[in-house]
Design a protein around this ligand. Sequence first.
Ligand code: C5P
Length: 225
Amino acid sequence: MNVPVIAIDGPSASGKGTVAERVATRLGFHFLDSGALYRLTALAAMKHGVALDDEAGVAQLAAALPATFRDGAVWLAEEDVTDAIRAEAVGEGASKVAALPAVRAALLDRQRAYRQLPGLVADGRDMGTVVFTDAVAKVFLTASAEARAERRYKQLIEKGNSANLPALVADMQARDARDTARAVAPLKPAADALLLDTTHMDIESAVQAVLTHYALCKARSKQGN
Ligand code: C5P
C-alpha cells in the first residue's frame, strides 16, 4: 500500500505519545494511539465485569469496542472516558489484556484501518514489529526507568493527584518487564528501527530527530524504487 507509516514504539512514559502526536501534526498525518485501544479494552472489561485474564471474553469485547476518537476526546459508547483511560489502574489492566494473543488479534484490523492518506504516525509497542512491518520509518523511543517515572510523577502532580516516586519507578519496571517478557508482540525494537534515547533530550529535539529520520528513510525508499 502506498500510504506512508511512521512507527514509533517504546516503553510507557518514554514521551513517545507526545512526540508521535507532534510529528503527525507537523506532517498533517493521521495519528494512531494504539495504547488507547488496549486501555479502552481493559476499561470495557472492568465495566462489564469480565475478568482481565478471560481471554475469549476480553477478545470479544475488543472486537466490538464501541470506541470513537473525537476532537481530542475518547468515547466508549456514550461515555467520555478521556480521563478514565489514563488512570494507573486502567494502564495496569491494559498491560494485562495486551498479553492475550486473541485480544491482540482482535485489535489488528482496527489499527490497520488508520492507515489513510496522506500518511499515519502510529504510536505503540509493536507498530514496527507486527502491525505495520512495512512502515517507511521506524523509531524506538526510550528513556531510563527513573527519567520516565519522574515525567509521570510531574504529570500526576500537575493534575493535582498525589504520587510516590519510588512506587512509580517500581511500577514502570514491572510494566516494562511484563511488556518485554510476553510471548506475543513483546516490546522490542524492530531490527530496522532508529533507537532514540530521550533520557537527556527534550520533546522538541526528539520530534526533530524523528522528522529527520523520516526524511532520510523517504529519500532512501525513493532511490530504491
Ligand atoms: O501506551 P500506553 O501506556 O497507553 O499503553 C498501555 C498498555 O497497552 C501498555 O503497557 C502495553 O502493555 C499495551 N500496549 C501494547 N501494544 C501497543 C500499545 C500498548 O501491548 N501497541
